[in-house]
Design a protein around this ligand. Sequence first.
Ligand code: UDP
Length: 354
Amino acid sequence: MSDKPEKFIDENGLRLDGRRVDEIRPMTVEMGVLSRADGSCYLEWGNNKVLAAVYGPRELHPRRLQRPSEALVRYRYNMAAFSVEDRIRPGPSRRSTEISKVSGEAFEPVVMKQFYPGAVIDVFAEVLQADAGTRTAAINAATLALVDAGIPMKGLVASCAVGKVDGQLVLDLNKPEDNYGDADLPIAMTEDGEITLLQMDGNLTADEITKGIEMARKGCEQIFAIQKEALLSKFGTADEEELLKEAELQAEVATSEDESEDVEVISETVSDEIQAEDDEPEAEDDDEGENTELQDEEEAFTDDEVGDASDEAEDLFGEDVSEFEITENAESEDDSSSEPEGAESDEDEGEKNE
Ligand code: UDP
């Protein structure tokens, strides 16, 4: 373990890692990194490396643990044995149990548990590399993993610590500041500014606590911005042009829907007219009406035309078909009233044979 530095803040107001007192460490996030988890997020914050995974909602077993009106959110914070300088004993410890409890509670106002009665939502936060501020880093990653898992949430949760070194408040402690500083005040909050986690290690005056909370609030605002950027790059776009195109597309779809409604109205009118026409002859006497139409059509051909058609048919079939046709017509006329369907099927067959 490194020794306690003589000074944490130099004469230029810069800290050991070159940051100003109110500056957070650089943070990068990547969502959806685990294919087998329902949601996941990998986060690097300074030298911290954290992986958050969400499983669920799924039915909670044993059933006696189920909550009849909401889901149970279980949060497990774990530090990998290799994440720190001196290997830590694997498995749960008093520290990890405490961090798991308070971190899970930090999501209490945002996760809409009422949608999943009897279910469990498991959140796993694995610290792969630790450099102070791991519980806050884990909360920031877990928020995005929950969103990635599609868990309905009222908003995001961001977390950041404030501490005191060289008699000054500093935002987002690094390892020497955390280990050798005068105080460590990790805070988590919702986008509305509701504080959902507040712990304190060391000594601070009431005034320092108030100022510290304000400092953490500004830090959380920056983290919200990073989280939202990650969400936009995964699920949406802030590009106005894209949004405009999308709106135009929706307008087109709406217009074509209107048009298809018009078409429907027109087709309904046409089908009504057809129906009215169909009804008319039926209202009078059907069979006779049809026969009259048929006769009219036949009468429309001149004798010459009929003669030409017979000659053509003769050329094709090599026999005089006029007599055959007349016989068939005569038969079908007789049968038409009793077996209209059979007559149709004969026609179909004829078509198929052709
Ligand atoms: N740490 C460690 N061994 C431990 C616990 C913590 O080396 O068993 C280091 C680790 O780098 C951690 C830092 O001490 O990030 C501060 O730990 P703390 O308990 O304050 O939690 P954190 O600030 O990480 O949330």
